[in-house]
Design a binder for this molecule. Structure first.
Ligand code: AMP
Ligand code: MG
Length: 342
């Protein structure tokens, strides 16, 4: 009898040991930052489940800080002030500091202060309208990002100015998620934060993740990139736009000089680099810059890779992606490979 009890104890202990150590996937889907987010994590026992829950909590907490529409957020408080310094969290300070640095580096192509204009066009409420040129030029007076003041833990905007982290928030959230997963000992995860893809490590079998590049003109993925430990972030007018009664299309990415939605021949830009935050900022920035200036920007930085798709079905990409990570699927009319020499 004693022997059989000992045997059963041993058996259940070894079963428990096996259960705790076999890799188990956990998939979590939730809605935050105006998108559906999906995270697929591999871990031992229930580690993946626990880590994913922590990630969801962290992203929801972040959203509650930086939402432009939630009246309890820090960004809301900043956007409805009278020019005074307001104490904010380290996250808000970091996002503001980074966005302003990117604004300077891109000569205002990325501008976190365009919200008064974007809001007037109805992109916040989806009650779209084309504002009058007078209204646009008045609102542009309140979009000067050099007027944002940041101290260690406080920010001030001038009256009528408004911050918007719409171009960078999901990338920041992705980096936070990867950090939490790493801390929890997770070695493999795939994050889809509404088109912002970030991967931790390799696939559980050790091979690279295959990330599809969406077709901005509609249809199947146009290409795929094979990566480990990377952010793959895409921006394009196809994500959010409206069409007026004359059939003219207005996209959600704005030219801060004119106060009008960007109008150029760029259909989408995908950035591949280590940081989700940098990738998110850059994907928006390169759409605004357009083909030539985007290539110049890459040449003066070279700390990221990109794929730019033009309306005429041309693909422009960096040599590193083209030769080492990219598989094209769509019959592009032309493929331009950018390197140090051209
Ligand atoms: P993304 O989807 O990352 O390209 O970001 C687009 C969002 O960023 C928009 O919905 C706006 O909230 C905001 N945005 C639009 N144009 C700009 C711009 N030129 N600079 C900074 N943020 C922008
Ligand atoms: Mg972006």
């Amino acid at each position: 009898m004693k022997k059989s009890i000992a045997f059963i104890t041993l058996l259940s202990a070894s079963l428990l040991f096996t259960a705790c150590n076999t890799p188990q996937d956990d998939v979590i889907t939730f809605s935050a930052m105006n998108t559906i987010m999906k995270i697929k994590t591999s871990g031992k026992g229930n580690a993946a489940r626990k880590a994913n829950q922590e990630v969801e909590n962290a992203i929801v907490t972040l959203e509650n800080l930086i939402s432009t529409t939630k009246e309890t957020s820090e960004v809301w408080k900043l956007n409805h002030n009278q020019g005074e310094m307001i104490s904010v969290s380290a996250d808000t300070v970091e996002l503001a500091t980074f966005s302003l640095k990117m604004a300077e580096e891109s000569f205002g192509a990325l501008n976190p202060c365009l919200y008064p204009v974007i809001k007037e066009w109805g992109f916040t409420t989806e009650e779209y309208k084309v504002p009058s040129p007078q209204v646009i030029s008045e609102l542009l007076n309140h979009t000067d990002y050099t007027k944002v003041k940041i101290s260690e833990n406080a920010i001030s905007l001038e009256k009528d100015m408004m911050l918007d982290f719409g171009a960078v928030g999901k990338g920041y959230a992705g980096d936070r998620a990867i950090c939490i997963l790493r801390e929890k000992g997770i070695e493999s995860a795939l994050l889809d934060l509404g088109g912002n893809i970030q991967v931790l490590g390799a696939k559980p079998d050790g091979s690279e993740w295959k990330i599809g590049i969406r077709n901005p003109w509609g249809g199947e993925a146009v290409a795929a990139v094979f990566v480990k430990d990377k952010a793959v972030v895409t921006s394009g007018g196809y994500e959010r736009f409206f069409i007026d009664e004359n059939g003219k299309k207005y996209i959600h990415i704005f030219n801060g000089e004119t106060g009008y939605p960007v109008e150029n021949d760029v259909s989408s830009v995908t950035i591949v680099c280590d940081s989700g935050l940098y990738a998110d900022a850059l994907s928006t920035t390169l759409v605004v810059l357009g083909k030539e200036k985007a290539i110049d920007f890459w040449k003066s930085h070279k700390d990221f890779d990109f794929i730019m798709l033009l309306e005429d079905k041309t693909l422009i990409t960096t040599a590193n992606l083209y030769y080492n990570h990219l598989q094209t699927i769509f019959p592009f009319t032309d493929m331009v490979v950018i390197s140090d020499n051209n």
